[in-house]
Design a protein around this ligand. Structure first.
Ligand code: GUN
Length: 283
């Protein structure tokens, strides 16, 4: 068997067109959805990420502001900027790019963002809303994974989903989203004794560790759906995920590639959340 690809670029294109249409409708009511992206310091990867986020906003007809600050910016100054953005009616979503310089308490900054504008879904209030099934903002990467499962009409009810990785921004929220759709969920991590024994039972596997070849073909049940959240470089410097794609695609029924899988979906869901924030604010 060769797995069917879940194409994150194609799905993103479709969802971003929907965002653009909804943005037009809001604009007709006098509201332009706006995202503020705050970058502190000169982390190279972060510079690329924020540029892509701002460009995606522009392409979808959203207003976006990129605020760039020196790495020496104080925590107090950053908190003051966040507060100003909380009070800016032209801004519906606020994203402070991580990582922040070591002298700034990232969690403190995230908690300073108004939950109504927390389009990253990193605020404790957003995490609590996800856990309890209340309205809020879902973190973009796992939210994108859920959209990918939806795109293949995958019914999670009663399925066994194994999430590899327990980060606050992917693994944990991913598990809660799968649970909300009535999957039986197992979270595996660096302390898991026999990862293969777990993954071999899985109908759905989400690999979100940040390490190459965490999941190989011998660890996958035939017909399983595999979502690869990893973003790594192989020995030749080529982008690759956490999954041994060439091997696993021979066993899985569906698989996401890297690049062109979960990656573009993360930015797409940021646009969706920003639009949603603007729609809620204009009600
Ligand atoms: N750094 C890497 N990924 C992300 C993300 O999704 N949001 C923010 N704010 N920072 C990041």
């Amino acid at each position: 068997m060769t797995a069917q690809l879940i194409d994150g670029n194609a799905l993103s294109k479709q969802l971003r067109t929907e965002v653009a249409t909804r943005a037009q409708a809001l604009k007709a009511k006098g509201v332009t959805p706006g995202l503020a992206v705050v970058l502190v310091g000169d982390n190279q990867a972060s510079q690329v990420y924020v540029r892509n986020k701002v460009k995606a906003c522009e392409d979808a007809g959203l207003h976006s502001v990129l605020e760039k600050y020196e790495a020496t910016m104080t925590e107090a100054d950053l908190l003051a900027r966040v507060e100003a953005l909380n009070n800016d009616p032209s801004i519906h979503g606020i994203l402070v790019q991580l990582p922040l310089p070591a002298h700034i308490d990232a969690q403190k900054v995230i908690e300073a963002i108004s939950p109504a504008k927390d389009v990253d879904g990193f605020h404790i209030a957003s995490a609590g809303a996800l856990m309890t099934g209340m309205p809020g903002f879902w973190p973009c990467t796992p939210y994108g994974c859920m959209k990918m499962l939806e795109s293949i009409n995958y019914d999670l009810k009663g399925k066994h989903a194994v999430v590899i990785g327990r980060s606050n921004i992917v693994g944990k929220p991913m598990a809660l989203m799968l649970l909300q759709k009535n999957a039986t969920v197992t979270i595996c991590h660096s302390g898991t004794k026999d990862l293969k024994a777990m993954t071999l039972q899985a109908d759905v596997i989400v690999a979100a560790v940040g390490k190459r070849n965490v999941l190989t073909a011998d660890m996958v049940k035939p017909g399983a759906v595999v979502l690869d959240v990893g973003m790594n470089r192989n020995d030749e410097g080529k982008l690759c995920g956490d999954v041994d794609f060439e091997g696993v695609k021979q066993v899985a029924s569906h698989i996401t590639p890297v690049p062109g899988g979960v990656g573009p979906m993360t930015i797409t869901m940021l646009l969706v959340n920003t639009l949603e924030a603007a729609e809620r604010a204009s009600k």
